[in-house]
Design a binder for this molecule. Structure first.
Ligand code: NAP
Length: 259
């Protein structure tokens, strides 16, 4: 039995009360942009499941949202651990039988990442494990639940650093920021976005990628100039989309990002 089984029994959840009964899973939701996405979705009357790999941090985040009167629940989820991903899907299936919104937010960078000529290969594999294989595995595990929802939405937290066009454009503000593993992992996530959007077009499940901008979080030592609150607005908008024809796009607060 995993830790989340006990937590699910002990925690107090405002199940269903005051919600529109949509259920959202946000990975890496214990802090940073993911936590703010969870808060803003919950404020929009969605029941939010905060995925986190560390139970204490995840439960503390859920308690913080519940103390604001929001409908929030912790789910243990390490996106790079296949057993954890499967277990989370089983838990959510048991609780709700469906999932309306999946936000693939968990992501890392790595100090040993770097320019393509010298980046550490093991670091590159670690980054890909979390930033690409993680969302792929979580999406596959959650798809049966997403298919049970009337109009499911998937939002992938990408980055303009994953834009092939920006990396090759000297006029881009991101030109010259070249941690190969991070950038390539986000480019791969973008490919997942496009290909999955097409695969799910007939299922009317919209799949979009987001660049939140340069955000002050632990990921970058708080050097970003946007707040997580502001950065959460675009992913939340895409998570709550009513128009399923907006799919297979790469979007920031300024509009479409070049692939
Ligand atoms: P953050 O504050 O460092 O938060 C990252 C979150 O991901 C944390 O909750 C972390 O959990 C979680 N995480 C990492 N590995 C995980 C795993 N294997 N399983 C589950 N959770 C895991 O970073 P952030 O800036 O909010 O980043 C959120 C997303 O936005 C990332 O995908 C990032 O690439 C993307 N993004 C950020 C920026 C920016 O400027 N900040 C710009 C573009 C895109 P722990 O607390 O346990 O480490």
């Amino acid at each position: 039995m995993m830790e989340s089984d006990n937590i699910s029994r002990s925690q107090q959840v405002v199940s269903g009360q005051g919600t529109d009964h949509r259920v959202a899973l946000i990975t890496g939701a214990n802090k940073g942009i993911g936590f703010e996405i969870a808060r803003q979705l919950a404020r929009a009357q969605v029941t939010v499941l905060l995925g986190a790999r560390d139970s204490a941090r995840g439960e503390a985040a859920a308690v913080a949202l519940r103390s604001e009167g929001l409908d929030a629940r912790f789910v243990h989820l390490d996106v790079s651990d296949a057993a954890s991903v499967q277990h989370a899907a089983a838990i959510i299936g048991g609780w709700y039988g469906r999932l309306d919104i999946l936000v693939n937010n968990a992501g890392i960078n790595d100090a040993a990442d770097g320019p393509p000529g010298s980046a550490d290969i093991d670091a590159a594999k670690r980054v890909f494990d979390t930033n690409f294989f993680g969302p792929l595995a979580v999406t596959q595990a959650m798809l049966p639940l997403l298919r049970q929802a009337p109009a499911a939405r998937i939002v992938n937290m990408s980055s303009t650093l994953g834009s092939l066009a920006s990396n090759g454009d000297p006029a881009s503000p991101y030109y010259g920021v070249r941690p190969i593993a991070y950038n390539a992992s986000k480019a791969a996530l973008n490919m997942l976005t496009v290909t999955l959007a097409e695969e799910l077009r007939d299922a009317t499940i919209a799949v979009n990628a987001v660049c939140p901008g340069y955000v002050s979080t632990d990921l970058n030592g708080h050097t970003g100039y946007l707040s997580p609150q502001d950065a959460a607005a675009t992913p939340v908008r895409l998570a709550l989309l009513t128009d399923a024809s907006v799919t297979g796009r790469f979007i920031s607060a300024e509009g479409d990002v070049p692939w």
